[in-house]
Design a protein around this ligand. Structure first.
Ligand code: GDP
Ligand code: IMO
Ligand code: MG
Length: 433
């Protein structure tokens, strides 16, 4: 049986342009699914001058496609309804399905997120404070509250009372203020339950049926491979499998039902949050890239750390995810900078490393080894858009050399190229659907 399922996954530290490419491909898709993470994601889509920022709702919503928040996500109802309202305000019809088994984020999870960070000292990741870690912790500890519970006040009351007491104790250990009233919180979440009810189904069953009916489905990753709980740079990452491996558990899909895996990466490196970043540029070049790429967090507005493209970690991510297709974004943001550098591998104590080390304490000591290439001239956004319309041959010669160097080093073709935030500033070299 042939399936039409595509996974879009970030190959580095998040913000690679997953939202942009997901929107680009969604035109031809039937369903777009988020399978992990929560409102820590910030996916930006720009089309016809309109900017959409998604935290929870899959980027397919711009095309008014069917969008699914699957069981592997953690759901903050407050953010969800805010997003729904924003989309409706922009005149969008929302066709949303939510898993009955996704876990719910409560205000005390967000509070705990901040308190725990304060106690992690050198090992804090600089979280988005969206309650992601504490909600996934409750899921693993098996006292989490799920969407289904919100629809059933009797069950919710019992579970929330229990969780309330546990969290009160934990927050007091961190010397935090307990600022919640049970009755108020319970009622607020019962009300969310009433509003959420119409969207709730068994998404795993539904998606399997849709896959078997050969519907075109995109699984939109959030965060990035290097931020993954497993196979990322622990503890400086997030609390879910922000890679293609997470699709199976996060959406209830057998590995046999995944057809294609697309890896998305930037023409340079960016990272919001803490932890080692071997190719980081803390100089004027870094500032220029940050401004040209508008590298400020979508969720928290924090300035993102930037650095040269690190192919050593991209190679690792291609391997872990089993990437079939590559999408490179933000090539235009390197305009006017010359020479450019690309890291191909790391050295540790004079030895060349064979694979990307997963221990932050080792990465800190590594020395990136670079290739040096010539850059290209600045252009206006309209000029980049025009070049994208005309196709690959019209790219600046040095940009083509940059792309071809990456392909050679990765031993992997690049399937799509992005030279601007707009949907149409995209050059698709290989068909996906
Ligand atoms: P995501 O989290 O992977 O979806 O990425 P974000 O949306 O957080 O960050 C990517 C940022 O780069 C957004 O502001 C996009 O609008 C923007 N973007 C995406 N592709 C391009 C591109 O090719 N060029 C430029 N200049 N901006 C881009
Ligand atoms: P998208 O989907 C970039 C980072 C945070 C922090 C670490 C843990 O837009 O690519 P968390 O709040 O998840 O507990 O934070 O992960 N982080 C992201 N960085 N893009 C994201 O999402 C991120 N989501 C989390 O900065 O270092
Ligand atoms: Mg983002």
């Amino acid at each position: 049986m042939s399936y039409n399922t595509v996974v879009i996954v970030g190959l580095s530290w998040g913000d690679e342009g997953k939202g942009k490419y997901c929107d680009y491909l969604a035109q031809k898709a039937d369903i777009v699914v988020r399978y992990q993470g929560g409102a820590n994601a910030g996916h930006t889509v720009v089309c016809d001058g309109q900017k959409y920022k998604f935290k929870l709702i899959p980027s397919g919503a711009v095309w008014e496609k069917e969008v699914v928040i699957a069981n592997g996500c953690v759901l903050d109802p407050e953010v969800l309804f805010e997003e729904i309202e924003n989309l409706e305000h922009l005149g969008k019809n929302i066709n949303l399905k939510i898993s009955s088994t996704a876990h719910i984020v409560f205000p005390f999870h967000k509070k705990l997120d901040g308190l725990q960070e304060e106690h992690k000292e050198d090992y804090k990741a600089g979280t988005t404070k969206r309650g992601i870690g504490p909600t996934y912790s409750d899921k693993s500890a098996r006292y989490g509250i799920r969407v289904f519970d919100l629809l059933n006040p009797d069950i919710l009351e019992k579970k929330l009372k229990n969780l309330f007491e546990i969290k009160k104790k934990i927050i007091s250990i961190y010397n935090g203020n307990w600022e919640y009233q049970f009755d108020e919180l319970f009622q607020r979440y019962v009300d969310y339950g009433k509003r959420i009810k119409k969207y709730v189904i068994d998404t795993a069953y539904y998606l399997n049926k849709q896959i078997e009916a050969e519907k075109k489905i995109i699984f939109e990753g959030a965060q990035g491979t290097l931020l993954s709980l497993d196979h990322g740079m622990y503890p400086y990452g997030t609390s879910s499998s922000a890679n293609a491996l997470g699709v199976c558990a996060g959406a209830g899909i057998s590995p046999k039902k995944i057809s294609k895996i697309i890896g998305v990466f930037k023409a340079y490196t960016s990272r919001v949050g803490d932890g080692p970043l071997p190719t980081e540029l803390t100089n004027q070049i870094g500032n220029i890239i940050r401004e040209q790429g508008h590298e400020y967090g979508t969720v928290t507005n924090r300035p993102r750390r930037v650095g040269w493209l690190d192919l050593f970690n991209i190679k690792y991510s291609i391997l872990i995810n089993g990437v079939d297709y590559l999408f490179i974004s933000l090539l235009d943001a390197l305009e006017g900078i010359s020479p450019l550098k690309i890291c191909t591998h790391y050295k540790l104590n004079g030895d060349t490393l064979e694979s990307w080390p997963l221990q932050s304490e080792i990465i800190e000591k590594c020395e990136p080894v670079y290739l040096t290439l010539d850059g290209w001239e600045k252009r206006s956004q309209e000029e980049w858009l025009d070049i994208a319309k005309k196709g690959y041959d019209m790219l600046p010669e040095n940009m083509k050399t940059y792309i071809e160097t990456i392909e050679r080093e990765l031993n992997h073709k690049i399937s799509a190229i992005s030279i601007g935030p707009e949907r149409n500033a995209t050059i698709q070299l290989q068909e996906i659907f």
